[in-house]
Ligand binder design. Structure first.
Ligand code: NAD
Length: 323
């Protein structure tokens, strides 16, 4: 069966009030989706992230995609063509509640695959994570890299990937996997233990607190601007075969210490920088291969220098007008 085009389709985004999900919602609307529907239990979602999308006609269900009955209600009320599955509980949560972080990642995909098997919708684009690879066995890590999760969050994600592949093999579903590396940019949660390194550092600086470096700061990540991720995903959407996966990353590596120093410089902060113990199970580096993506689509990710400036300006405006 032919995969439905984004244009004129009715699309459900799970976790659509979150960081990547909300940018995806905007991009789907801009690409001419007939109707975008969001389900988010607001575990980490934020209504500010979807304010514009709601004005432009998106429908929001504040509900939990782990409950089959919540999804049934939505599917009974809308004729959905495509689902993008972004719902998850942030990686750091797995250090607080390892079992729940695992089961969220498994239950949501299980519900969606069962709905797809019952022909309630046609195409499923599932968000995996580079975390499923664990510490590199070889670098750069391509899509054939062994799956070796080091957290229950990543284990749940890896289980979800396997579940999707098995459903495709057993029931010929149109479902595939996109695997982003570390995203950054506007709208990433800045509050508390679950915050990402860029928002928490800026939040601390704008609140008059000292930025913190966990561990040596020499750990590095492939940081990709969230809007580049979303564009790449929409570009590969018509091209990926069922059960196939693709890394979404840049070719770059940024050390956490260098990243924090850039934010310090941009903000003009002159105070001290606190050193904190390393987080357990933190992988040292994640060097991604984006060869496959580059072969599939024309791909020009934003430079980190430009992306971090966009991000800094956004948080400066956002964080200095509210808590
Ligand atoms: N941010 C990254 O760097 C990154 C990297 C690789 C992969 N990913 C993947 O991309 C997807 C989106 O991540 P994100 O960074 O936007 O995270 P996020 O936490 O900002 O968004 C996830 C959203 O899911 C919602 N949610 C959680 N449990 C839910 C449930 N049971 N039902 C409905 N909604 C629920 C949360 O409230 C949140 O709004 C995730 O699948 C994540 O694993 C993210």
């Amino acid at each position: 069966m032919k995969r439905p085009e984004i244009k004129n389709s009715t699309i459900l985004v799970t976790g659509g009030a979150g960081f990547i999900g909300s940018h995806l919602v905007d991009a789907l609307q801009n690409a001419g989706a007939k109707q975008v529907i969001i389900i988010d239990n607001m575990f980490l979602g934020n209504e500010d992230n979807i304010a514009l999308a709601l004005k432009q006609g998106a429908i929001f269900y504040r509900d939990d995609a782990e409950f089959k009955t919540s999804l049934d209600y939505i599917f009974n009320n809308h004729k959905i063509d495509i689902v993008f599955n972004c719902a998850t509980k942030a990686l750091n949560y797995s250090f607080l509640n390892p079992a729940n972080a695992f089961t969220t990642n498994v239950l949501v995909i299980e519900n969606l695959l069962e709905l797809q098997r019952a022909k309630k919708f046609q195409t499923l684009c599932h968000f995996s994570t580079s975390e499923v690879y664990g510490t590199a066995v070889y670098e750069p890590m391509d899509e054939k890299h062994p799956i070796h999760p080091t957290t229950t969050y990543a284990a749940g994600k890896a289980a979800a990937d396997l579940m999707l592949k098995s459903y495709v093999r057993m029931f010929a579903l149109d479902a595939f996997i996109v695997r982003p590396f570390n995203n950054y940019g506007p709208r990433q949660n800045h509050k508390g233990f679950l915050a990402g390194v860029i928002p928490i550092t800026l939040h601390r600086i704008f609140s008059g607190l000292s930025p913190e470096i966990h561990g040596t700061g020499q750990q590095s990540r492939d940081f990709i601007l969230v809007t580049d991720t979303v564009k790449a995903i929409l570009d590969v959407y018509p091209l990926l075969a069922p059960a196939e996966s693709v890394n979404i990353s840049t070719d770059g590596q940024i050390k956490i210490e260098d990243l924090i120093m850039q934010l310090v410089k941009l903000s003009g902060y002159t105070g001290e920088i606190l050193r904190k113990p390393a987080r357990g199970s933190d992988v040292l580096c994640h060097i991604a291969s984006n060869e496959k993506l580059k072969k599939m689509v024309s791909y020009n990710p934003t430079s980190f220098e430009k992306g971090i400036l966009i991000t800094y300006e956004w948080y400066k405006k956002y964080l200095t007008k509210q808590d």
